[in-house]
Design a protein around this ligand. Sequence first.
Ligand SMILES: O=C(CO)[C@@H](O)[C@H](O)[C@H](O)[C@H](O)COP(=O)(O)O
Ligand SMILES: [Zn+2]
Length: 626
Amino acid sequence: MKRKIAFISEHASPLATLGGVDSGGQNVYVGELARQLADIGYAVDIFTRWDNPNLPHVISWLTDVRVIHIEAGPTEFVEKERLFAYMPEFARNMISFMIQEETPYDLVHANFWMSGWVAMEVKKTLSVPFVITFHALGAIRKIHQGEQDKFPAERIDVERLIVQEADQVLAECPQDVDDLMQHYDASRDKITLVPCGFNPNEFYPLDRLLARMVLNLPAQDHIILQLGRMVPRKGVDNVVRALGRMNSTSTTVRLIVVGGESDDITTECNPEIARLQGIAAEAGVSDRVIFAGRKNRDMLKYYYAAADVFITTPWYEPFGITPLEAMACGTPVIGANVGGIKYSVVDGKTGYLVPPQDPDALAARLETLLSSPALLEEMKKNAILRVNTFFTWSRVAALAGKLYERVLQSYQPRELQHKRALDLVEHAFDQAREVFMQSKQVLSGPILEAAEMITEAFRQNKKVLICGNGGSAAESQHLAAELVGRFELSSRKALPAIALTADSSILTAWSNDFGYEQVFARQVEAIGHAGDILFCFTTSGQSANITEALKTALHKNMTCITLTGKDGGEAAQYAHVNIQVPSYSTPRIQEMHLHILHTLCTLIETHLFARRKRESVPAAVLSDTL
Ligand SMILES: O=C(CO)[C@@H](O)[C@H](O)[C@H](O)[C@H](O)COP(=O)(O)O
Ligand SMILES: [Zn+2]
């Protein structure tokens, strides 16, 4: 079955690009990525705010791509800066749509911070994992826009929370990776670099003269192009000023500015154009700046191809799709050395990078490029190759698809994780109960026998040497402590027991100099006497240092007691009494060993100090004799 992905793009619908109008990068991103994902086998639903009453609730846009309009606030255009208040309603309505779907969604891909907020709600309610492409980060925007930033103050905190809750964050360029880590404390492994792309069927090299003919532009002049949204941060004024700073050449240099609030380029409709016209007049270049207004998307390739150089010098740019489109049409780019532009444009190869808001630097690079047809030609080739290798939407979709699979593979919804954890806990209890019950059946005899042997040894003034590895080393010390100290009696005589695991100097020296196998045997040889007990804890019965110790003990006529499990191993063969827990699970065997250790202590204390009352007997009435 196809993976079903829910895109959320609360303010940017892919349908906005259908009218031919070049809307923001996010509309293009969402539409193109969905289209390409469908091509490689995903089913994508794009959830976007219902902002036009003439549109139906659900539109089957392409094969396997639907656009779902979600009611949230008035069914009309609302500036994105005022949309956050409607996101709870968006989340509620989106969740009820998702619940009613026959096939469940596998993953949510949120776009922009408000969609990220919705994605968190969806994850909380339906346990669907989510990834996010922020497209722009509030913290970075704040640095550059300051007071002009009209988004709600909580944006940055919400983004920070999203970074924590998201299963993966898609960064669009290396700068985005750095920003996420530096301003949002994102860990590097939460971030995957997935750039933006362009569509090679839409943007491809065209003959320059033909393009100029189509647009009715002069064939002989140098043409530089600025294309994109007309907002101050895009630095269009910088390009106008640079034109004024260029040294005059025999060929006329013209700047074409494409973009604006509407197709109508009157200044009443476009206050930004009015401002730029003022700057052009100041710079003395009014006659060489052409404001072309907003253009249909299918016309953009002619503008890119008609230009000798494409310019984009914003103050900052999360990614910037226009440089890709220009390069795809074979036009070198001079871009600001910021954000995604410094990733897509390779300085000196596919164009140049310049500081933003520096018209002199831009003018100098323009002069270099326009004066060298050979350089322009080489950069053109490099540009076409670079964008077609790294930045097609199909490659972007392949990267995104890989990322989705990675997230889905590692994702276990919280409920499932909890259920699995609970199962594990209950299973451990059940297993332990089982081992206890079976041990009761088969171990009571050997336990009594071992207790008798130890008691008798103590009566003969003999001692107990105890050993084991790992957890069993801890039990060895545990048993020694109970015997030397006291167990259930409030006071009694000390019993001679030594854990052979406790002297780190002996252990390290002997294992370091002669090998680990003899560490216990050596100690048995040193302090063991005939009649003493060697008490070994080993779950497998196969630890060589234990079997060596047993052999030495037998040699010295000591009594050997083993606490084992599994099949008893080699150790069982050397034991006078082997208490073999009927289980093959090391931890369950160890737990049983601890229980048996305590039972042995109870028995030994009872045998040796039968007249003493447990716990309640005051120390003063107890004598120090056996
Ligand atoms: O506590 C545990 C496992 O629960 C471990 O430390 C475990 O005791 C060690 O792996 C031992 O080396 C196992 O030795 P043995 O019980 O097979 O003689
Ligand atoms: Zn353990």
